[in-house]
Write a protein that binds this ligand. Structure first.
Ligand SMILES: Cc1cc2nc3c(=O)[nH]c(=O)nc-3n(C[C@H](O)[C@H](O)[C@H](O)COP(=O)(O)OP(=O)(O)OC[C@H]3O[C@@H](n4cnc5c(N)ncnc54)[C@H](O)[C@@H]3O)c2cc1C
Length: 510
């Protein structure tokens, strides 16, 4: 039998943070076990854009942390601060008031300090996310939507940096090694049973951190928990998050929390592989250009307000909206005015199948080959949208289109209103060439999780309402989010609770 000071289940961002924090806090023998083979190291973290949402005071606060803002570049940046009230307000607002405010505040309050820890102690290579979170307006880089930091080379860079830090801290990582049981003695965690090379091994440890992701990779559980139809969603990331962690936790009496009927899901290339993300393209199947155009379903009808809010606040719920459409797919549509502003990494040549035509009627004809059934409705929807947009512009001649702010350029004028508005960034779709891509629902991660102590990330017992001694939890497994989510909060929450779990775990060393 082997003994460790701390065993972490899962090698994603959250698990790595827990392991590194426990080593830093004094644990000598730290082990991460992961069910996946080593080529899948890093869980969903590998597939991310590496975007971290944090409280900050503005440009001067974050400049020392990033590696891509020279003095000259910094002079061209407009970046407002993002306060604790802003961050907490966003989690609560998007969650329709349902998230536990104390748990959410624990993430928010620790976020900025955790970014410094990640940068300086872990060695994450942070950058300003010019390519995804800023628009160039009048020669200035204007950040929007509260999210400014990402890691260099996205999730690939994030996980590579974690692996360097794990090696330096001498944390052992065992792949192809699922955790199958948490063992208890006298009501206290005593270790983990894992399967290794066909054998069951009982590994002893006074502290175990659950960081095994959600159940998004498991179509049966998705249909059971999220509802029928969710088995058809396309998986954006790792195929190994099968919900094992919740079965392990349930067996030792852990309390559930969070939104078990909810998940993060977004607009995803309809032609992407269905059962796992691709490790070469990772997040490039994301199709986040809808605020610049419109989305229509197979009947040729719009079904969301594409300009309801900044992309960071709508993208995590629009996957569900697409799944609920006939056939579970939709089309994003733009004209030549904005095609050049779509992100190359998502819409570049060879990345996605693009449909281009000089007339809307011809575009509709092409789209019938990939599922558009309402050809005439598609043309009518677009023309009606154009009419509404023109009427707004005629009534508001001073309004200026600006994707870096909520510009109020809408489809709703006193003379004419669409039944479903586009509330910001409405531009006519009338200058050829026209372009469309087909999108489907990509499921990212599930919101159902466990109840934890906000200070230590200790898992709460259903029976006693107290922490289960020795059991901690972080990442997707914490029941924090409900219904919707502010982009960049997943990695941040995993880092905050991972760090707290590691520190608390170190206090349990013999
Ligand atoms: C395409 C994509 C883009 C994203 N972009 C962002 C972004 O830019 N910013 C952001 O904040 N969030 C983003 N997210 C969400 C983010 O990935 C998650 O919030 C975060 O990575 C979760 O971390 P985690 O460590 O909890 O889970 P994961 O990183 O998924 O790690 C869980 C690990 O547990 C392992 N595991 C499962 N069962 C067992 C078992 N029985 N035994 C041992 N190991 C097990 C899995 O193999 C996996 O490696 C994105 C997600 C995807 C898919």
């Amino acid at each position: 039998m082997s003994s460790f000071d701390c065993i972490v289940i899962g090698s994603g961002n959250a698990g790595c943070c827990a392991a590194l924090s426990s080593a830093e806090a004094g644990c000598d023998k730290v082990l991460i076990v992961d069910v996946c083979p080593d080529v899948w190291a890093g869980g969903n973290g590998y597939f991310t854009a590496g975007a971290f949402r944090t409280v900050h005071e503005g440009l001067h606060d974050l400049l020392p942390i990033v590696n891509n803002a020279s003095k000259e570049k910094a002079d061209s940046i407009d970046m407002d601060g993002y306060s604790g009230e802003d961050f907490l307000g966003d989690i609560m607002r998007l969650g329709n008031g349902k998230p536990d405010p104390v748990l959410a505040a624990a993430v928010v309050d620790a976020s900025r300090d955790t970014i410094s820890w990640l940068a300086h102690s872990v060695g994450l290579p942070f950058m300003f996310s010019f390519h995804r979170q800023a628009y160039s307006v009048g020669g200035r880089q204007k950040f929007w939507g509260g999210l400014v930091l990402c890691t260099e080379d996205g999730g690939k860079g994030l996980i590579a940096a974690h692996q360097r830090a794990l090696a330096k801290a001498k944390v052992a990582v065992w792949f192809n090694c699922p955790a199958v049981q948490i063992t208890m003695e006298n009501g206290t965690v005593s270790g983990v049973v894992v399967e290794k090379e066909g054998q069951k091994l009982h590994l002893r440890a006074p502290a175990v951190v659950l960081a095994a992701g959600g159940f998004e990779s498991n179509p049966v559980l998705r249909a059971q928990q999220l509802g029928l139809g969710w088995e058809r969603a396309i998986l954006r990331g790792t195929p190994y998050n099968q919900g094992d962690g919740f079965a392990l936790a349930a067996a030792v009496g852990a309390r559930q929390a969070g939104d078990w009927a909810g998940c993060h899901s977004t607009c995803w290339d309809a032609d992407a592989p269905t059962d796992a993300g691709r490790r070469d393209l990772t997040n490039q199947f994301t199709k986040s250009g809808y605020p610049l155009g419109i989305m229509v379903n197979s009947a040729g009808k719009r079904f969301v307000d594409e300009g309801e809010d900044f992309r960071n606040y709508t993208y995590a719920k629009f996957g569900k909206a697409i799944l609920l459409q006939p056939g579970g797919y939709a089309f994003q549509v733009w004209d030549s005015k904005v095609i050049g502003s779509l992100r190359k990494e998502e819409y570049g040549n060879g990345i996605v199948k693009k449909f281009l035509a000089d007339r809307l009627e011809d575009l509709a004809e092409q789209l019938t080959e990939v599922g558009l059934e309402g050809k005439a409705e598609f043309v009518q929807t677009t023309k009606q949208f154009n009419e509404a947009t023109r009427k707004f512009q005629a009534e508001n001649p001073d309004a200026t289109w600006n994707p870096a702010v909520k510009d109020g350029m809408s489809t709703q004028s006193s003379e004419y209103q669409l039944p479903l508005p586009k509330s910001n960034w409405a531009l006519t779709i009338d200058e050829p060439p026209f372009m469309a891509v087909k999108v489907a629902c990509g499921v990212t991660f599930t919101f159902g999780g466990l109840a934890v102590d906000p200070d230590t990330a200790g898992v709460i017992s259903e029976k006693t309402s107290k922490v289960i001694p020795g059991l901690f939890c972080t990442g997707e497994m914490v029941g924090l989010f409900h219904e919707n989510y502010p982009g960049g909060s997943g990695l941040m929450a995993g880092a905050v609770f991972g760090r707290k779990a590691g520190q608390a775990a170190a206090k349990l060393r013999a």
